[in-house]
Design a protein around this ligand. Sequence first.
Ligand SMILES: O=C(O)CCC(=O)C(=O)O
Length: 285
Amino acid sequence: MKVLTGEQYAQYEAEGYLCLPCFLSFEWLQRLGKAMDKFIERSQSLNVSSASILVEPGHTPESPRLRRIPQTGAFDPDFEAFGLNGPIVDIAEDLLGPDIRLHHSKLNFKWNDGGEEIKWHQDIQFWPHSNYSPLTIGVYLCDVDDEMGPMGVYAGSQMGTLFPLRNSDGEWTGSLSNDEISSLSPEDIRWCKGPRGTVTVHNCRAVHGSEPNHSPRMRPLLLHTYAAGDAKPLTDIMNGIPFSNIMVRGQEAEQPRFAPEPCPMPPDWSKTGYSSIFASQTKEP
Ligand SMILES: O=C(O)CCC(=O)C(=O)O
């Protein structure tokens, strides 16, 4: 093991998530904080979203409301270095083994005074792979408390049902229905929060989400999804997208490994393009 303890590994296997308070070094937090600040500054010349900065409805140059930086490493060298070989890649190696692909990355801001909810969902149906190794590692770039919409995970849900993320008419919603949520036990929810530099890990099958941020403080969460080298993506959602689908350690497997349990598929986004979980969950274009 490079950075995790045996106990942490066992917890991830059993519960499908980890929350590691103050995992990141001060030096990394400085570098990532400066990178984040540059995007906030740049957003002050934008009226609408750009390729590198997605803004919330209500954003103005004078009063920025950032929603997300997609493909972080494509737009900033410190984000790039972090995703390719930062300390979170050691966490990925402990959990996935030596062969690791970065599937994608993003910085979710959840701006203060109303930053949006992310409804309960599982990730793998957005981008099915041949097996269920993919996991997402998050880093809070500010202190995060209960009021700020921390990410919540249903512990153990990675071993349960894979929900279709569609409504009763079969339309894609990108989230669990109320009936599906009520099949889960609320006492299993773990809210992942902590000081700046706290790291979260969740498996691609784990049911997770977060509430709106009504606090006066924004909640930036830098997210990277990694998969084992033998997990083959089954859709082309990330094809041609910079800083996505790249091996960061070891070798791609010559033969993918297929898990026996089938995965519900998302809509065919090959013509329209995929925009974001926010669009899926709110029917924004
Ligand atoms: O930003 C969050 O709170 C959760 C992010 C998430 O669930 C996702 O992007 O899949």
